[in-house]
Design a protein around this ligand. Structure first.
Ligand code: PHE
Ligand code: ZN
Length: 850
């Protein structure tokens, strides 16, 4: 039945729950179609809330078999979203037995099955599909769980208490919200290890995988131990249970989940071997293992009061995992990677119909707010805060945060209060970063007179849905000045902009300097400054800050591409020569060189053109990208083979950052050379590659130039037994199909016997691959739009969460010409009109259409 008009949840409606919980005891009798869940919950009135003699519990798709209060049968009033029951004065015990069917749970939320294994996903509101419960993060309780089942491995949160023939009991002493509950049961193999905390407590570590995947968890385990050590050394945070378990599961809507003591991971972010995983996969595994582990303190020990505060745990934890990756690998390269991602996802989101504040104030379906804005912009906001107060004060504030709020469910206000109290700084103006949506535009003018250099800044944030008027944001602007000879004359200085317009002066300069602005990308803004090609080339050559150095090259490429698209211009020598200097500069880190030689994506260019008032033509953008790559390949024809040779990594594959950086630069060289050698070298590399990075790299070069049919067949035959590698095979073809072939390619891939569309990874490989293929997705007939919508209509009744996420591929529709706009509007209209459309997808489509 279709909900008439789903009601929005408002931040302003928050009220504490009238009851507290002393303890939760759960018993599971596992059965694929008829699992019984017995819950025994000790409630007592919450002294901080309005007293209530009725109790509301959330519950969905549950068959209630019995309900007791203090041992007496009661008759709760049931409805679609839960139940209401009269309760006694004072403390009482609620007992309920329900039946659920994990085998029929295709939404992958609550208790479900994946390859015969039972597993749970409870964030954000999945626990209500397991039993009746106050399913909100501010209700925290210790859990005692008994699992009765035949599976050899039976896991839940916390520490093991008893094990026996077909049962296991677990106890989690740390009070937690129900979204952190987890249960796993199945035929799994453990990859064991141990860790000793800095206070000497031993922790048993296990990564559980399916039989056949043993041997692919070493790297994840290594990353886990490094994460545990890092959190002790950097934040003083120790692990707090006897065991830490991770389970890899093939069917998962997201990346991974930080359930207390029992993280559950999409197998894509755990399993790796040199033959099957790329350098990029290894890096993602390291980062996500760290992210989920770091949640143990930022998310679990201190959680969110309500879902509006999601950035409290996610922004902070992303910020922490970024610091970790920077420490393990390279801060410069990590920052550039993150900014590329931020612009591709968050700026895209923030400049379209789905724009929302880091802390939203209303939602219809919370699953739709696990966004780039909450995560990535949320992390940027913390980065700005740290820059403003300094490293030492930041860590003092964090110590206070852990001390003051351990065991609590908190708000953004609590977080900012800790910084105010630890530093004495007034953060009222800064707090607008949490409430104001949209990406600020920062305009800069400069002036030089009598040895005084002045930077005039002007900021403005464009209107976003629901927010027409914007105030100025607090912007930390890191600036350095270079002499015309290329020497750094003013080292990185932090300017704090708080007004709409503000000027900063530097005195005693003998000549007009060249400014290096927004070093380290110190604020998530769009910098708007008219600059000459010469000055950009100068900064690319001389800047000491790796981010602004890279940014200068990126801006050069963007300017060239824009002129190629709008005026059919040819790339000039200034750009090509600047690029050649980077390519030849052996003093630069290979990973950095690789980034500096890459061009902005077609989607970035579409956004840049739209920002400048030009309607982007996806085919022209794509043609310009190809033409420019071709030109670069020709211009660098001497140096590319040298790089390719010099960057060869000899000896057995290791995923370490140094080797990965060399392979990355080598791949950039190969990709460019493939534009001029017909794929000769790539074909050779495909034959000899002994690791997935090089095999995948080679085949990508071939497919991109319209070759590689034989290699695609060979790849498929080699890997048809490995689901994660096969995802790459699907994604590659979807992502690189030529505009004229995309509709056919998509049909061929989705009709392929291995296209298991109910598996989110496989679905995302193809549909997400298409989304990343800008020219192919937007091919002029609109046939691809229609096919994508057909698939979303099909997936929605089974898996609303993944369907709703995929609709974001249409979020930029307003950028394009009226024909495309009409076609997208019609296609989305068809999705919206689908009988029984989920609340998740309904909300997204309504917001995208505006
Ligand atoms: N909390 C998870 C993370 O960021 C993400 C997640 C959200 C996973 C919702 C599943 C469901 O680490
Ligand atoms: Zn997270």
């Amino acid at each position: 039945m279709k909900d008439a008009a789903p009601r929005a949840v408002l931040l302003s409606d928050y009220a504490p729950y009238p009851f507290e919980i002393d303890e939760v005891r759960l018993t599971f009798r596992l059965d694929p179609h008829a699992t019984r869940v017995l819950a025994r919950i000790a409630f007592r009135p919450n002294p901080a809330a309005e007293p209530s003699r009725t109790m509301r519990l959330d519950g969905e798709a549950l068959k209630l078999l019995s309900a007791l209060i203090d041992g007496e049968e009661v008759e709760p009033r049931l409805d679609d979203t839960g139940l209401t029951v009269d309760v006694p004065d004072g403390a009482f015990v609620w007992e309920a037995e329900v039946e659920i069917s994990p085998a029929d749970n295709t939404a992958l939320e609550g208790l479900y099955m994946s390859n015969g294994m039972y597993c749970t996903q409870c964030e954000a509101e999945g626990f209500r599909k397991i039993t009746y419960y106050p399913n909100r993060p501010d209700v925290m309780a210790p859990f005692h769980v008994r699992i009765d089942g035949e599976a050899p491995v039976l896991l839940s949160n916390g520490n093991p208490v008893h094990f026996g023939e077909a049962f296991a009991e677990w106890h989690d002493p740390w009070p937690k919200p129900a979204y952190l509950f987890a249960l796993v049961a199945g035929d799994l193999v453990a990859h064991p290890d141990t860790f000793t905390t800095k206070s000497g407590l031993p922790v048993a570590l296990n990564i559980y995988v399916r039989p056949g995947d043993e041997g692919k968890a070493d790297y994840a385990m290594d990353a886990l131990k490094r994460s545990m050590r890092w959190d002790e050394e950097t934040y003083g945070r120790e692990y707090d249970l006897d065991v830490f378990n991770i389970v890899a599961v093939d069917d998962f809507n997201m990346g991974a989940m930080e359930n207390k003591g029992l993280n559950i991971f999409n197998s894509k972010y755990v399993l790796a071997s040199p033959e099957t995983a790329t350098d990029r996969d290894y890096e993602l595994i390291e980062g996500i293992i760290a992210h989920e582990y770091f949640h143990n303190w930022t998310g679990n020990r201190i959680t969110c009061r309500d879902w509006f505060q999601l950035c409290l745990k996610e922004g902070l934890t992303v910020f922490r995992d970024r610091e970790f990756t920077g420490d393990q690998r390279s801060h410069a390269v990590k920052r550039i990677d993150d900014v590329v991602m931020l612009r591709a996802r968050q700026f895209r989101e923030d400049n379209g119909p789905l724009s929302h504040p880091v802390r939203p104030s209303s939602y219809i379906e919370i699953n739709n707010f696990y966004t780039a804005t909450v995560y990535e912009k949320g992390a940027e906001v913390i980065g700005m805060l740290k820059r403003l107060v300094g490293d030492e004060a930041y860590h003092r504030a964090l110590d206070l945060y852990f001390e003051r709020h351990d065991g609590q469910a908190c708000t953004v206000e609590d977080w900012l209060a800790v910084f105010q109290d630890a530093t004495g700084r007034d953060l009222h103006a800064f707090s607008h970063w949490y409430t104001q949506s949209g990406t600020p535009r920062l305009r800069v003018l400069e002036e030089f007179e009598d040895g005084t250099y002045t930077l005039h800044f002007q900021q403005e944030t464009p209107p976003t849905p629901g927010q027409d008027e914007k105030g100025p944001q607090v912007l930390p602007i890191a600036v350095g000045l270079l002499s015309p000879e290329g020497d750094e004359i003013v080292p990185t200085t932090l300017l704090e902009m708080t007004e709409s317009e503000q000027s900063f002066t530097f005195e005693g300069l003998s000549e007009k300097p060249v400014p290096s602005l927004l070093r380290g990308f110190s604020a998530p803004v769009i910098l708007d400054r008219a600059t000459s090609t010469e000055e950009r080339a100068f900064l690319l050559a001389n800047d000491t800050d790796p981010f602004t150095k890279w940014e200068a090259g990126r801006a050069l490429a963007r300017d060239v591409l824009i002129r190629m698209v709008t005026d059919d211009a040819q790339p000039g020598p200034a750009y090509l020569d600047a690029l050649e200097r980077v390519a030849r500069d052996d003093t630069l880190d290979p990973a950095f060189r690789s980034l500096a030689l890459a061009l902005p994506s077609d989607d970035d260019m579409a956004q840049a053109l739209a920002d400048g008032g030009v309607t982007p033509d996806p085919l022209r953008i794509n043609a310009a990208n190809r033409a420019l790559n071709q030109k670069i390949a020709e211009h660098l024809s001497d140096v590319l083979p040298q790089i390719y040779e010099a960057m060869e990594v000899v000896g057995p594959y290791t995923p370490d950052p140094k080797a990965a950086g060399r392979r990355s630069l080598r791949q950039t060289a190969l990709a460019l050379m493939s534009r001029t050698d017909g794929g000769k070298r790539a074909a050779r590399q495909f034959e000899t590659a002994d690791n997935m990075t090089e095999q995948m790299g080679a085949i990508t070069c071939l497919v991109r130039i319209g070759e590689g049919a034989d290699q695609l067949d060979a790849f498929f035959r080699q890997w048809d037994h490995d689901r994660l590698v096969l995802d790459k095979w699907f994604a590659l073809q979807a992502g690189l199909a030529k505009p004229g072939d995309t509709a056919d390619t998509m049909r061929r891939l989705t009709e392929h016997p291995n296209f298991d569309w109910k598996n989110p990874n496989r679905f995302r490989s193809v549909i997400g691959g298409i989304a990343g293929n800008h020219a192919g997705f937007h091919e002029p007939s609109g046939a691809v739009y229609e096919q994508v919508i057909d698939w979303l209509v099909r997936l929605d009744p089974l898996n609303p969460q993944t369907t709703a996420r995929m609709t974001t591929m249409f979020e930029t529709w307003h950028r394009y010409d009226t024909d495309r706009q009409e076609m997208i509007r019609a296609a989305l209209g068809r999705l919206r009109a689908t009988e029984g459309l989920s609340r998740d997808t309904g909300e997204m489509v309504a917001r995208i259409l505006g």
